[in-house]
Design a protein around this ligand. Structure first.
Ligand SMILES: [Zn+2]
Length: 300
């Protein structure tokens, strides 16, 4: 992903050199409802303030904004860019030199980056029980905890030890509360890890994210090398943990038709309520059973 984002920046530099000074009227694209449009414009205003952007808005500035959005995981980056362009056009604030051509190219490259990313994410193989035998002890605990969490890679890598609070009942460890970065913002949100073994000893069958690790308090921080190494050992990419989490949820959802199951998964994955991503991420659900996946397949 980092390389693709760099690619966006690189193109900016090339395009700057080619700009000449004819000034056609920019073509303005608009999409989405008034409400989402307002929140999209708000984000652009915040970004401009943060980056101290003033004066005429160039396609290069929009490209940097798009790279930022893509990096932050906005699948609707094109809508956000449209909202920014619409807002600046209304204020007569667009740098008009060759705008239409450069803007069209920008939209095309954003669409290509997003399409590639979506394809990679949705095709990542889930982590399966068959991989257990090749994992080290540390990799095993990372795999089980991350499949249970379903968080984005960046969010996982930012979790520090002091953000993990153990939950103890009497003298028994029953779970943990994690304070993690809310996707696309600098705020924190709370996610829970709960024991799935409930005192049972057959840990091979329950993959308890609380009791599989030797010491849950010390699982985090997880380094990028550990995360990538675990994914590679399980023959998948770093999207594999989220895919496993989503597939496991979808299998339960299909069996029980309980919308609370889908909703809980959407919250963990950082998707909005009713987001279609839930179904897109798990469209090959029929190929798997809970018994295949590296997650708990029993109710606690
Ligand atoms: Zn447990």
């Amino acid at each position: 992903m980092a390389q693709r984002v760099t690619g966006l920046f690189f193109k900016t530099q090339q395009m700057k050199k080619k700009v000449n000074f004819t000034r056609p009227t920019p073509q303005v694209f608009n999409e989405g409802s008034a409400k989402t449009d307002n929140s999209q414009k708000k984000l652009w205003r915040q970004y401009k303030a943060q980056k101290c952007i003033s004066g005429k808005i160039t396609v290069a500035a929009l490209r940097d904004y798009a790279a930022h959005l893509v990096h932050e995981g906005f699948n609707s980056t094109l809508c956000y860019i449209s909202a920014a362009v619409s807002m600046e056009a209304q204020g007569g604030n667009l740098e008009t030199a060759h705008f239409d051509r450069l803007y069209k190219n920008l939209r095309r490259s954003i669409a290509a980056v997003l399409a590639r990313r979506m394809m990679i994410a949705k095709k990542a193989p889930p982590l399966g029980r068959m991989h257990l035998s090749v994992l080290s002890g540390r990799q095993r605990e990372i795999a089980i905890v991350l499949c249970a969490l379903g968080l984005r890679k960046d969010t996982v890598l930012a979790i520090k030890r002091k953000q993990v609070f153990l939950k103890v009942k009497g003298t028994t460890l029953v779970g943990a509360q994690l304070s993690v970065r809310q996707d696309k913002t600098n705020k924190l949100r709370t996610v829970h890890l709960d024991c799935t073994c409930n005192g049972r000893k057959e840990k091979d069958h329950v993959f308890c994210p609380v009791h599989e690790p030797k010491d849950l308090a010390k699982v985090f921080p997880i380094t990028e090398a550990e995360l990538t190494g675990t994914a590679t050992s399980c023959e998948t990419s770093t999207h594999g943990f989220r895919r496993t989490h989503c597939l496991a949820s979808r299998i339960r959802y299909e069996a029980e038709k309980n919308s609370a199951i889908a909703e809980a998964c959407r919250i963990r994955q950082g998707w909005s309520s009713n987001s279609p991503e839930y179904f897109k991420y798990s469209m090959d659900v029929a190929q798997y059973t809970l018994g295949d996946l590296l997650v708990c397949h029993r109710e606690g």
